[in-house]
Each structure stands twice: as structure tokens, then as C-alpha cells.
Design a binder for this molecule. Structure first.
Ligand SMILES: [Zn+2]
Length: 457
């Protein structure tokens, strides 16, 4: 009995029937939890029958409640995770029975736990606010562990950042390989120059996979240099080469056209807003801008961080199935394996990177409170921004407080879905503007060095 986390007396008529047909009276019914490093087992409907000599486990119920399965061998058994197929527990066979020992250790502190099992709302934020249909598909397909069963999400950030339109792709004609056709679009100028001096971004969409690459640009004319880098990167990363690029850019990109033809890429020019392919890039583009707005609304980061929000949006959309029914993300089509969803954290939240590689002096603090501003695609790490020093760290080992948003100093606005949403951007010259955005905290103000202090005589 003392092993139960909770129990109540049982007054029903059922008894527990054992092998020889005898019914043993049930006195209590209860539940308990057993903590492994990466998994919690729950036992529900435990029947307390004092006359029974051994505790028996209902294998079917245990499998059902814990998403696991058993493998019985002649002299041992193992319990495996239904999603990962990792072995969670093993036990011997004794006499004619298999004997299972469930850990009874104290639960691991909740904070460590939150990394493996987060709420549906946290997953919704980590994944970049996917449409609920896509979200459900992802939870199911990737077996994302959520701590609550209710998926009833009311997300203010989604209401602020997105129009009500569903961003699903209709079936268009199919290209057969990645890089067969790259669709390009330029966004900007941004209403605010970014933290590191960017005013535009170039969005490249692969027609086959719908995978996107986003490149921040300082000037529109930088597109030439960026595209050269893009072509080189593709050649290094993939066995195939870009065959065709479609843009709706006019004369100012004429030298880009020459560059394309010099390396054997066909450059197709299209009239804006007419062709089917333009429809794809416009929808993807809008999805990036709106998801970026949503991430900014979620975290209330200052406007001059818009490019971090856009890059993170692109990173996350690449990992979302682009159609509700196919459930395959662009990332999987391009890289042939599942994205690492357990790497994802909530954009704009508080984080504490382990800074030992940066600190030359042993006495320095090993961590400092930072703000999580997305993923480093080149290092597979997290971008952590220190608002005091205005320094960006790329760190792989980071602790997160996913419900704390340091830039969020005011309570969330509560928009009413029935009123036309004034915050929604207009494509394509939309501004990443969040009305009512709170000014950045004073810590940033004091570290900007552009102000001269005038002392009165
Ligand atoms: Zn949302």
C-alpha cells in the first residue's frame, strides 16, 4: 500500500481471479509513478488484494498507459519505447514468471524533466506555431511527448501574428528532384534595420521539397554575392545541382542572369502574382513573415531582432509537414531523416548557456542569463543573446526557462478573433511591426554607447 501515490478504498463486487480460479477480494484501487532517467512509468488501476503473494502487472494496460511494448525471451524480458524502440528496462525470468522491478527512487526534479516532456502549448511554441492540423499530425507522427492530453490551444501569439488563412499547399505540378527548380523572392526593405545591419532577406524555395533557405541582405544588390554562396553551398551539400531559378526581378539583376547562364543555370523571369510557381513562393514567403511575427509576439523581442525571428521561422517551417495529409516535412525530403524535435526550444525565452569555452579566466561565471534567439545551422547550437553585453553566444549546452520571456514586461494583449485583426501584415511589403510592443528593458538602454551624457553645470 505504501507504494501507491494515491489510493482509495474499493467497494465494488469484482475480485481478482488467479490461475486456479479463486477470486481474491480487492480492498483498494490506486496508482503510482516510477521514475527512470528519461521516462516516467505510470501504473493506473492498481488493485490491492492483500491475499495475493506476488504483485502482478497487467501487461496490456501497462503498455497502453506508457507507450511501451514487452519482448519476452526465454531467460529475460525487456520493456521498449514504442517510438524510439530503446530498451527502458530489463528483467529476468524466475521460475515460471518474469520478474519486473520498477524503480522507486524519488522523482527527478521537475525542471530537469521539462526537457523531455513539455505541455502541448510549449510544443506549439517550440515548433513555430504550426496550424492545428499540422500540429496534430506532428505530435502523432513524431511521438512528441506532451505532459497534458488536452490540445485545446488558445494562442494569443497566433492571433496577433497570423491571418486566418490556412497555409497548406494545394497540389501543383511536381518536379522530380531537389534543386530542379529554385523559386526566389526578396523581402524588404524592413521598417527597422536589423541588429546586425540587414534590411532585406532573400528567400529561396526548392520546388520539389518546399525546403527554404533564407539569407538576410544588407542591400538588395548583395543578392548577387549571396546567390553565388548559395550555389557553392548546394554543390557541396548535395550530389545534384541547381537546374533552374525563377525570379520576378527586372533589370537590376541582369548581372545575376549572366552569372546563372555562365554556370549553366536557366533563369526564368516571371510576372509577379501570375504563375502557379509564384503562388508557391508567395505562400511560403507569407508563412515565414507571419510565423516570424508570431514568434515576435510570443517573446516580445525588439523589432531590430526581426531577422532572428524570420530565420527561426524558416528553420521551423522546414521541419513542419507542408501538407496535412502527406505528413512529410521538407527537411525529410532533403536530408532523408527525421528532424531532431527534441532540440527545439521556445523562441525568445530565457536561457543560460554554458560559457566555459568563451571564458579565459577560471573565476568567471560559467553562465549568464541570455535570451534564446534561434538555432545556429552551421554549428547545431543555440543562439543565446546576452542583453547586457549585447553579445551573441552559440552554445550547445544550454538550460532554458521556456515560460520566461525577458523582453515581455507587459501582460499579453488579448485580441478578439471576431474583430478584423489590425496587426496582420500586408504582403509583400509588410513590416514586422508589433503594435504595443514594450520597449526593451533598461539594461539594453544603458549599454548603448551612442548617447552622450550632458551634465548640468
Ligand atoms: Zn500559436
Amino acid at each position: 500500500m505504501s507504494r501507491f501515490d494515491s489510493a482509495e478504498p474499493y467497494y465494488g463486487d469484482d475480485s481478482l481471479h488467479v490461475g486456479n480460479g479463486t477470486g481474491l477480494p480487492i480492498l483498494h484501487i490506486g496508482s503510482s509513478h516510477h521514475y527512470l532517467p528519461n521516462k516516467t512509468f505510470s501504473l493506473t488501476n492498481i488493485l490491492h488484494a492483500p491475499q495475493i503473494k506476488r504483485n502482478l502487472l497487467f501487461v496490456q494496460r501497462f503498455c497502453h498507459d506508457n507507450n511501451v511494448y514487452f519482448e519476452f525471451h526465454s531467460n529475460f524480458f525487456s520493456v521498449k519505447d514504442e517510438c524510439t524502440h530503446n530498451t527502458l528496462l530489463t528483467g529476468p525470468s524466475e521460475d515460471v514468471l518474469y520478474s519486473i522491478t520498477l524503480p522507486t527512487a524519488l522523482p527527478v526534479p521537475k525542471v530537469a524533466f521539462s526537457t523531455s516532456r513539455a505541455s502541448a502549448a510549449t510544443w506549439h511554441q517550440r515548433l513555430g506555431h504550426p496550424h492545428h492540423q499540422i500540429f496534430n499530425t506532428m505530435l502523432f507522427k513524431y511521438c512528441l511527448p506532451i505532459s497534458n492530453k488536452t490540445l485545446d490551444l488558445h494562442c494569443n501569439s497566433c492571433l496577433i501574428g497570423k491571418s486566418s488563412k490556412l497555409h497548406l499547399l494545394s497540389s501543383e505540378y511536381k518536379s522530380s528532384h531537389i534543386l530542379d527548380l529554385i523559386l526566389c523572392d526578396i523581402w524588404g526593405p524592413a521598417p527597422v534595420t536589423s541588429f546586425d545591419g540587414h534590411n532585406y532577406f532573400l528567400l529561396c524555395v526548392d520546388h520539389f521539397s518546399k525546403f527554404m533557405w533564407l539569407f538576410p541582405l544588407k542591400r538588395k544588390s548583395a543578392v548577387f554575392e549571396v546567390f553565388k554562396r548559395f550555389v557553392t553551398m548546394d554543390e557541396r551539400q548535395f550530389t545534384t545541382q541547381i537546374k533552374c531559378v525563377q525570379t520576378d526581378w527586372g533589370g537590376e539583376f541582369r548581372n545575376l542572369s549572366q552569372f546563372f547562364s555562365s554556370i549553366g543555370i536557366i533563369h526564368r523571369l516571371s510576372c509577379p502574382h501570375t504563375s502557379e510557381q509564384n503562388g508557391i513562393v508567395e505562400r511560403r514567403h507569407r508563412h515565414v513573415v507571419e510565423t516570424g511575427l508570431t514568434l515576435m509576439a510570443q517573446s516580445n523581442i525588439p523589432q531590430h531582432f526581426w531577422h532572428f525571428a524570420s530565420e527561426t521561422a524558416t528553420y521551423l517551417i522546414n521541419r513542419m509537414p507542408s501538407r496535412a495529409n502527406s505528413a512529410i516535412s521538407p527537411f525529410e525530403l532533403v536530408f532523408k531523416h527525421k528532424p531532431d524535435f527534441f532540440f527545439l526550444r521556445v523562441f525568445g525565452c530565457q536561457c543560460y548557456p554554458h560559457l566555459w569555452p568563451y571564458n579565459p579566466h577560471k573565476m568567471d561565471f560559467r553562465s549568464t542569463p541570455c535570451i534564446f534567439l534561434g538555432y545556429s545551422t552551421s554549428h547545431h547550437g543555440y543562439r543565446c543573446f546576452d542583453p547586457i553585453t549585447e553579445r551573441m553566444y552559440i552554445a550547445r549546452h544550454v538550460r532554458f526557462s521556456e515560460t520566461i520571456f525577458p523582453f515581455k514586461t507587459t501582460p499579453e494583449p488579448i485580441p478578439s478573433p471576431s474583430i478584423p485583426n489590425p496587426y496582420v501584415s500586408t504582403y509583400p511589403t509588410s513590416a514586422l511591426i508589433i503594435p504595443n510592443a514594450a520597449p526593451p528593458p533598461a539594461t539594453i538602454e544603458t549599454t548603448t554607447h551612442h548617447h552622450h551624457h550632458h551634465l548640468s553645470p
